[in-house]
Write a protein that binds this ligand. Structure first.
Ligand SMILES: *Cc1c(COP(=O)(O)O)cnc(C)c1O
Length: 355
């Protein structure tokens, strides 16, 4: 029998990606939409999927999907690239612009997969701390960039798991100061007040990534995309696996955009619920950070975060335990759910905190 083979030295100490998938009635831990897409969408999708020529490879350039995405943002079709979730977009960008011998910068705390995927590509990950209230500190940018000279810099806005939306001024300063590629991850953009897509330009090394997993209620589809300069899209097209995007997904992504009004009204409902939860938080013994996304980061003032998390699980409510993450001691993150789920969460939380 062959002994278990060692993987690459630089990957041996890495953990996989963990988010507890516990089966409980109220799941508010992965920032999914609590609402499915509209029935008209699912019915029409079924019809169109039946017409796929399943014996043939799909359109390698996903041209109809890219055109639909480009139209929705008022950008050129050659400025759009789609992938299997924005995670695949990030991986492809990092394979092309990071990898062995190159450096990737993150502002911590932020989305763990930025550093994780960068390491898998063989890149060295360097990080700078965020300033007060988890904002990127503009006054430190010049220092950070001259210390590290990163080939790729990540900005996550709204930032996961803090919910903080960076100012346009900060993002502009980062683009102007960063020596390499800047990736703005806008997984939650529709919940926020502005988007860096307007800053995309042929003369800037800037890409903005988006996903169908959150606002579009399509986490099961695994679909994401980027908007960036044409020259970058050309390079990325050459790096990604051929025929990576299956035919059903290409159809689903373009069709979803015909239901933009439904998406916007789901977003409005979630934002209204988010406001309600934030007001409820003001009356509880917790600190929280006002959010521009579909989740809120909070910290119990006088109880252990991990304990609050597990007592909530016992009551059938699953949220995200960030209490042991660097820079987030005792913090927990709750995804906005349906009004019923939010009520159950708030009721359970106040019971746990008042014990
Ligand atoms: C959820 C999330 C994503 C989504 O990734 P997909 O691969 O598109 O599901 C990307 N970035 C951030 C910051 C997220 O929170």
């Amino acid at each position: 029998m062959v002994a278990r083979l060692p993987i690459r030295d630089d990957l041996q100490k890495m953990d996989g990606y963990h988010s507890a998938q516990v089966t409980v009635p109220v799941r508010l831990n992965t920032n999914e939409s609590p609402y499915p897409p509209p029935d008209e969408f699912t019915t029409e999708l079924g019809r169109r999927i039946a017409d796929i020529a399943w014996n043939r490879y799909p359109d390698r350039t996903a041209s109809a999907l890219r055109a639909a995405i480009a139209r929705s943002h008022g950008v050129g079709v050659d400025q759009v690239f789609a992938g299997n979730g924005s995670n695949e977009i990030l991986q492809t960008l990092l394979l092309a612009y990071a990898g062995a011998g190159r450096k990737v910068l993150t502002f911590e705390p932020t989305y763990q997969l930025h550093a994780h995927i960068a390491r898998i590509t063989g890149a060295e990950v360097v990080s700078a701390p965020r300033g007060a209230d988890f904002r990127i500190d503009q006054s430190k940018l010049a220092d950070v960039f001259s210390t590290y000279s990163p080939d790729v810099t990540f900005v996550c806005s709204p930032n996961n798991p803090t919910g903080v939306v960076e100012d346009e001024e900060t993002v502009r300063a980062i683009i102007e100061t960063a020596p390499g590629l800047v990736i703005v991850d806008e997984a939650y953009a529709q919940f926020a007040s502005w988007s860096a897509i307007d800053l995309v330009d042929e003369s800037r090394a800037l890409v903005v990534t988006r996903t169908y997993s959150k606002t579009w209620s399509m986490a099961a589809a695994r679909l994401g995309y980027l908007v960036g300069p044409k020259w970058l899209v050309e390079e990325i097209d050459a790096v990604v696996l051929p025929y990576h995007l299956d035919a059903a997904k290409q159809i689903a992504g373009a069709l979803a955009l015909e239901f933009t009004n439904d998406m916007n009204s789901r977003v409005r409902e979630i934002v209204a619920s988010r406001d309600q939860i934030e007001s409820a938080f003001s009356t509880l013994p917790v600190d929280f950070w006002p959010s521009g996304a579909n989740f809120i980061l909070f910290r119990p003032r006088s109880m252990d975060g991990r304990k609050v998390w597990s007592e909530l699980v016992e009551k059938g409510v699953l949220i995200r335990d960030c209490s042991s993450w660097p820079g987030l001691t005792n913090c927990l993150r709750v995804t906005i759910g349906t009004p019923e789920e939010n009520d159950l969460f708030l009721k359970s939380l106040s019971e746990v905190l008042s014990k």
